[in-house]
Design a protein around this ligand. Structure first.
Ligand SMILES: Nc1ncnc2c1ncn2[C@@H]1O[C@H](COP(=O)(O)OP(=O)(O)OP(=O)(O)O)[C@@H](O)[C@H]1O
Ligand SMILES: [Mg+2]
Length: 403
């Protein structure tokens, strides 16, 4: 059935995820993007994965767990955990409850435990698969929960792969034979065949979602930020993580940029601070495009206001296009160590100063200082060589004892 549906329309679905720190404007920008892609004639669906759903408030349209029409060519839905739990989770939830009961937890606590952290993320991935498979929409826009949860969602496939490798009974025959014995010596119930098959299906689904999300032609992540120190620091970290997990980031949106100080001195100095952050952002995230959304004096609510946001951000361009194709930061495993490559606007190696500061790498070039957060895998290693060519700085990291 799926293959028939797949051939219904031409090219693959385009998936855009908006991520960023809490309150920066992800939902606003997601909704604006969706309105514009729909206006350009691409059937679009907006998905809110955050349980503190504000998409319906911002659009001023009542939404539910299934797609609701918002504008011509645009539908939206808010992932409903209860609904998804009932649809997918029954079998596994029963097991998890039984597992915790076996460990001596009371009934109610066991039930609570069975609503595992990360479920929101898991269901978002499953929903994404379903929408991509059905090909009902040409553009899928995901309004993510704040950064931490997005990273958790995007690292979910890696995590589940790890669990499956560790705990998944590879030899099911052997597992069947051992089960009665295992059940005798352990109070913890063993998973039955049905459960194993549903876990298997779930696992395949998560891998499928990872395949979609790490395909740069299909999916892009866009980081939304404000011109403020703390927000930008979190956005910089998010970029490293996303690159590490192999996701393509194709742009940064700096929202709430003061455009007109109207002769007011206080606003003028605030504007100067913001401009400095904006410059820094352009240099830090090079070569990613940085789009700017002005600060609006007042909330942005309802479809007409959101259309204006889209117009300022994208002008006449298609917001669903891949805005940048490449990896601003790349991490590769090489000879037992890693190579970290960073794109830089500098022209020569001599222009770049670099040093380590704890788990950060500090780069200085063209008067800009850039602190790059190193993921844990790299922070524990020794930085050995640095070479620069084709606007890319390549650093090799090796284990200490390997001399
Ligand atoms: N450019 C702007 N100027 C003024 N207000 C804005 C701007 N962008 C967003 N807002 C307002 O800021 C608030 C938060 O925006 P939004 O809900 O889009 O952020 P978010 O990143 O999705 O937040 P959360 O992390 O809570 O999901 C809303 O009231 C919105 O109207
Ligand atoms: Mg939001």
């Amino acid at each position: 059935m799926n293959s028939k549906k797949s051939s219904k329309k031409g090219p693959d679905v385009r998936v855009i995820l908006y991520s960023g720190k809490g309150g920066v404007g992800k939902t606003t920008v997601s909704a604006a993007t969706g309105l514009r892609t729909a206006e350009l004639g691409r059937k679009t669906v907006l998905i809110s994965t955050d349980q503190a759903h504000s998409l319906s408030d911002i659009l001023e349209v009542e939404l539910s767990g299934s797609p609701t029409k918002v504008a011509p060519g645009l539908d939206a839905l808010e992932i409903d955990l209860d609904l998804e739990l009932r649809n997918y989770w029954g079998e596994i939830q029963n097991y998890v409850s039984a597992f915790f009961r076996g460990q001596g937890f009371e009934e109610l606590v066991a039930e609570e435990f069975a609503i595992l952290p990360g479920l929101e993320e898991l269901f978002s991935l499953l929903k994404l698969n379903q929408l991509v498979r059905e090909k009902e929409y040409e553009v899928v826009i995901i309004d993510c929960a704040p950064t931490g949860n997005t990273i958790r969602m995007l690292s979910f496939p890696d995590m589940i792969r790890w669990y499956m490798d560790k705990f998944y009974p590879r030899d099911r025959m052997l597992f069947k034979l051992l089960r009665p014995l295992a059940e005798k010596i352990s109070k913890v119930p063993m998973p039955n065949d049905e459960l194993i098959s549903s876990a298997e299906v779930l696992y395949q689904e998560v891998l499928e979602a990872a395949k979609i999300l790490t395909n740069p032609a299909m999916a892009s992540v866009r980081l939304v930020a404000n011109p403020e120190k703390i927000v930008l620091r979190e956005t910089e970290r998010a970029l490293t993580y996303l690159c590490l997990y192999g996701y393509s980031v194709d742009g940064v949106i700096v929202n709430r940029v003061l455009q007109d100080s109207q002769g007011n001195e206080a606003l003028k100095s605030w504007q100067a601070v913001q401009n400095a952050y904006l410059e820094r952002t352009r240099s830090y995230f090079y070569p990613l495009p940085v789009l700017v959304q002005p600060l609006n004096f007042g909330e942005i609510l309802g479809i007409p206001s959101l259309r204006k946001v889209a117009h300022t951000l994208f002008g006449e361009k298609d917001p669903a296009r891949v805005m940048y194709n490449g990896q601003p930061i790349g991490i590769k495993r090489v000879n037992g160590g890693y190579t970290l490559s960073i794109k830089l606007p500098a022209a020569r190696r001599e222009e770049i100063e670099l040093w380590r500061k704890g788990d950060e790498l500090v780069l200085k070039y063209q008067g800009v200082k850039r602190n790059i957060f190193l993921p844990r895998t790299l922070a524990a290693l020794v930085m050995q060589e640095a070479e620069f060519g084709e606007q890319t700085l390549r650093l090799s990291f090796q284990k200490k004892e390997e001399k």
